[in-house]
Write a protein that binds this ligand. Structure first.
Ligand code: TXA
Ligand code: MG
Length: 351
């Protein structure tokens, strides 16, 4: 059965809609809801059977733990065995917002949530609908991104319906997500906090709190690492089309992308180009589906458009998506990480 799609308008009716969604959560059902990063697929985090339904609906392997969402910082104490200073500092600097902390699991958190592990991921989202749902439910909500496993994360309610429309009880439509990429995940269980997944909070912003913070070495793999261990990369955030990801010096990158587009067209493939405004001339006059992420000067917009762009190109039925590195500073690193995974770790280098 198709899920009820409930549009939130900011009016008085929303209270009633949120109350119904909260009742579904408390009863062990699944509600997809907007957050400022991407849409989440929510269930009662302290109800192991409800959490099991998330894995079933997504087709997600049981070994991949999910994030628990909370309405306020105090709620963390009921979920964590202990809250280290690093987590406290990060929560006060970035919550509510797109930052997930990993802390030691408290006994209330089912092992279903943590994939059997003794740590738990927690975040307080900033989206008003997510916060209203959490408050109305009165329980923490476990929620991965509301996509089918390995598909690009959803940034609109329609994206959720496309992947999970007949597998959830209700979809709350709160419009397009502002960040468009997931939260930054920081492990706070060691002496020094370490970034496990780059996300909407940049490494530079984290360094405002922890000047020495680094990424886990395997979090963003480079070309060499991907060649050293082919096939070990989890297929993730991937459109159906093959992704051809180009990197290299600015002087040669655009020309390489242009040659590749021509070569793909020459062998009869339907080509999608996932580029930036600055690249427009490389596709001029070519029979190519082009989606621009906007300007290189506005990586926040590029991030917001990234997953939607992959879905647009898939809907256009292209065989291949040619795309390129947007740099590694700020959100560039997060965008690189998602493109790298979408390309299943294959990187092409311009010379
Ligand atoms: O922005 C977001 O974080 C979104 C919205 C819905 O909040 N959620 C999200 O969830 O992206 P998901 O499940 O798609 O990604 C969660 C990430 C995964 O990479 C997972 O492996 C990691 O967090 N994670 C969860 N619990 C963990 C834990 N205990 N230790 C290490 N990594 C963990
Ligand atoms: Mg996800």
């Amino acid at each position: 059965m198709a899920a009820e799609m409930a549009r939130l308008t900011g009016g008085a009716m929303d209270v009633e809609t949120i109350a119904r969604a909260a009742a579904i959560i408390r009863a062990g059902g699944l509600v997809a809801f907007p957050t400022e990063t991407v849409y989440g697929l929510g269930a009662h985090a302290l109800d192991a059977d409800a959490v099991a339904r998330i894995f079933e609906a997504k087709g997600r392997p049981a070994g991949d733990p999910v994030i628990v969402h909370v309405a306020d910082i105090e709620a963390v104490h009921a979920l964590a065995a202990s809250v280290p200073t690093s987590a406290r500092l990060l929560m006060s600097a970035f919550w509510p917002g797109p930052l997930t902390v990993i802390v030691a699991r408290g006994p209330a958190v089912p092992l279903r949530v943590t994939a059997g592990g003794e740590t738990v991921a927690i975040r307080m989202p900033a989206h008003p609908v997510a916060l209203a749902l959490l408050r109305a439910a009165g329980v923490p909500i476990a929620a991965p991104s509301a996509n089918r496993f390995s598909r690009p994360s959803p940034t609109t309610a329609d994206d959720v319906a496309e992947d999970l429309g007949d597998r959830v009880d209700m979809i709350l439509d709160g419009g397009a997500s502002t960040h468009g990429v997931e939260s930054t995940v920081v492990d706070c269980t060691k002496d020094e906090p370490i970034v496990l997944r780059p996300g909407a909070i940049t490494l530079e912003a984290l360094r405002g709190v922890f000047p020495g913070i680094v990424m886990r070495a395997s979090a963003v793999k480079d070309t060499a690492a991907s060649l050293a261990s082919p096939g070990t990369l989890l297929k993730h955030y991937a459109p159906r089309a093959e992704v051809r990801l180009w990197t290299g010096p600015p002087e040669t990158l655009t020309a390489a992308v242009q040659r590749d587009i021509e070569a793909q067209l020459a062998v009869g493939r339907r080509v999608g180009a996932l580029l930036v405004d600055e690249d427009r001339r490389v596709v001029e006059g070519q029979p190519v589906e082009v989606v621009s992420l906007g300007s290189l000067q506005h990586l926040d917009e590029a991030a917001a458009r990234l997953f939607a762009a992959m879905r647009t190109l898939d809907r256009a039925g292209v065989d291949v998506i040619v795309t390129r590195d947007l740099g590694r500073a700020g959100l560039g690193l997060t965008i690189w990480d998602r493109l790298f995974r979408a390309a299943e770790g294959r990187v092409l280098e311009s010379k």
